[in-house]
Design a protein around this ligand. Structure first.
Ligand SMILES: NC(=O)c1ccc[n+]([C@@H]2O[C@H](COP(=O)([O-])OP(=O)(O)OC[C@H]3O[C@@H](n4cnc5c(N)ncnc54)[C@H](O)[C@@H]3O)[C@@H](O)[C@H]2O)c1
Length: 254
């Protein structure tokens, strides 16, 4: 699963799952452009991984100009684009639909789903040149649902459906489109989310218990699968909604 000579553009790559993916992509030989809104986390990333193979770009995936500029800077720096990894996302609010405000709905959809529209608009022509691929960080809940997370579940369900639609639309160009679906992964987002839950003191145990294969993992389990899906080893895989969930979705629940 060699990523030598591949250029990867990833959103939300400064922390959590995205950061683990950046580390794994660099380790596999890729050149990586990272768009994230968190300047401090980007600086830490640069300090830790440094080198000419990493380009950090501060911006907000809600702003189409930020995405356009970041993709163009990545191509200018590295000369090509082989992979777009749509990873940026937020988990809040933890609410059913009727309690979700206009702003909460719009913000979640802009970050978690509309950003895919912009990265595709501004990146597709480059991917056509390389017969590249797109990877979306989605979620198991987009397939199985989750109580109290209506907007998040809707956006991730939309992302899974969109992954299949894009896989069909772009297959004629040799462009693959896949999604990776975690259940729980310990990241800054999950820690923030855990603190917001009504049963915050029980949540760590709950997160361990939902994964039949064992404890709630760290982001490396997602990164390893991401490296496979964006590599040529997965050259005949497209439209795949790949669970990386330790079996969390399996079996009867109650
Ligand atoms: N952690 C989990 O348990 C889990 C489970 C399923 C799916 N996911 C998905 O994985 C992805 C990454 O989540 P994570 O847990 O690593 O979160 P995280 O908060 O640790 O990292 C997300 C990164 O995205 C960046 N980001 C957020 N909004 C942005 C914006 N508007 N513009 C640019 N950058 C922005 C943040 O600055 C951060 O660096 C998300 O799409 C999330 O929905 C996470």
């Amino acid at each position: 699963m060699n990523l030598n000579h591949k250029t990867i553009f990833i959103t939300g790559g400064a922390s959590g799952i995205g950061r683990e993916c950046v580390a794994a992509y660099l380790c596999a030989g890729a050149r990586v452009g990272v768009l994230d809104r968190d300047e401090n986390a980007l600086n830490e990333l640069k300090t830790q991984f440094g080198g000419d193979e990493l380009l950090t770009l501060q911006g907000d995936v809600r702003q189409k100009e930020d995405i356009k500029t970041a993709i163009e800077q990545t191509v200018t720096a590295f000369g090509s684009l082989h992979v777009i990894h749509n990873n940026a996302g937020i988990a809040s609010p933890s609410k059913p639909l009727d309690q979700t405000s206009d702003d909460e709905w719009d913000s979640l959809f802009e970050i978690n789903l509309k950003s895919v529209y912009y990265t595709t608009k501004y990146g597709l022509e480059y991917l056509k040149q390389t017969r590249g691929n797109i990877l979306n960080t989605s979620s198991m809940v987009g397939e199985i649902g989750q109580e109290n997370h209506a907007a998040y579940v809707a956006a991730k369900g939309g992302m899974n459906a969109l992954t299949k639609a894009m896989a069909l639309d772009y297959a004629p160009f040799g462009i693959r489109v896949n999604a990776v679906c975690p259940a729980g992964v310990w990241t800054p987002m999950l820690r923030k989310w855990a603190g917001e839950q009504p049963n915050a003191n029980e949540i760590e145990q709950y997160l361990d218990d939902i994964h039949p294969l064992g404890d709630c993992p760290e982001g490396d389990v997602i990164a390893d699968v991401a490296v496979f899906l964006v590599s040529d080893a997965a050259r005949f895989v497209t439209g795949c909604i790949m669970p990386v969930s330790g079996g969390a979705e399996l079996g009867y629940r109650r």
